[in-house]
Design a protein around this ligand. Structure first.
Ligand SMILES: Nc1ncnc2c1ncn2[C@@H]1O[C@H](COP(=O)(O)OP(=O)(O)OC[C@H]2O[C@H](OP(=O)(O)O)[C@H](O)[C@@H]2O)[C@@H](O)[C@H]1O
Length: 214
């Protein structure tokens, strides 16, 4: 054996696997309190052209610019890998009130007729959501308060995937939470009292007769 300095690598912080909870709500996702994270599904070509994305573009132009630049910087192959590994951008709204974070899940490479298949979109949803949750936890760890996670019924509009299928994927995935995690659904734990706000996603859907507040 050669001589070597014992380099005790710092042990990574302990994590525990938790599951997300979903609560279904009727109303406008944009009415979230300050410091909510508003989450929607995105393509990788840099367009928020229709569906709820168009409303995001109008309300959060600075977040749209970050998203578009992120897409433009990447080659098609990189975009594909980003679908698997990244759910950026996420940016605080410039205008006030209230400031929101915007969470983008890259679940399909393209849109319209060229959108990915439902199976592919569902496959991409899992790592995109896991990555977004890691980003949310990282923001919280820097003592930036996040009040609530709000999401639309992602993939159920132009991407044409039934919400029930996406919901199933989200409920089945696991998130690595530091330490004991302080809540959420423990993988082997059915205790419903163990509920942590940051692992609970409010999924908002409009009623048919919905009218925007603003
Ligand atoms: N204010 C509101 N509050 C609450 N719920 C609202 C709402 N407005 C609409 N909904 C519902 O929210 C669900 C998902 O709606 P989304 O439109 O996200 O669907 P999606 O995830 O399949 O599609 C993503 C692609 O759509 C665009 O594509 P383009 O650019 O147009 O090519 C994007 O850019 C992406 O690429 C549907 O149930 C809507 O009824």
């Amino acid at each position: 054996m050669g001589k070597g300095k014992a380099t005790a690598a710092a042990a990574p912080p302990p994590t525990v696997k938790k599951q997300l909870r979903i609560v279904e709500r009727v109303g406008d996702i944009f009415d979230g309190p300050a410091n909510s994270v508003l989450i929607h599904a995105c393509n990788c070509i840099g367009s928020w052209g229709g569906g709820i994305a168009a409303a995001f573009r109008l309300r959060y132009p600075a977040a749209f610019a970050v998203y578009r630049d992120h897409c433009q910087r990447l080659s098609p192959n990189e975009k594909k890998s980003k679908v698997k590994s990244k759910s950026k951008p996420k940016q605080k709204q410039q205008r006030k009130p209230p400031p929101h974070y915007i969470g983008c899940l890259f679940t399909s490479r393209r849109v319209g007729q060229n959108r990915d298949s439902p199976a592919s979109i569902l496959r991409a949803t899992k790592p995109a959501m896991q990555d977004l949750m890691q980003q949310v936890l990282a923001v919280e760890a820097q003592n930036h308060n996040i009040s609530e996670l709000r999401m639309c019924q992602i993939n159920a509009g132009p991407f044409n995937v039934p919400w029930a299928s996406t919901r199933q994927v989200i409920l089945a995935l696991h998130v690595d939470v530091p330490g004991n995690g302080g809540g959420g659904g423990d993988v082997n734990d059915d205790d419903d009292d163990d509920d942590e706000p940051l692992l609970r996603i409010a999924v908002w859907n409009r009623q048919a007769d919905w009218v925007p507040n603003s």
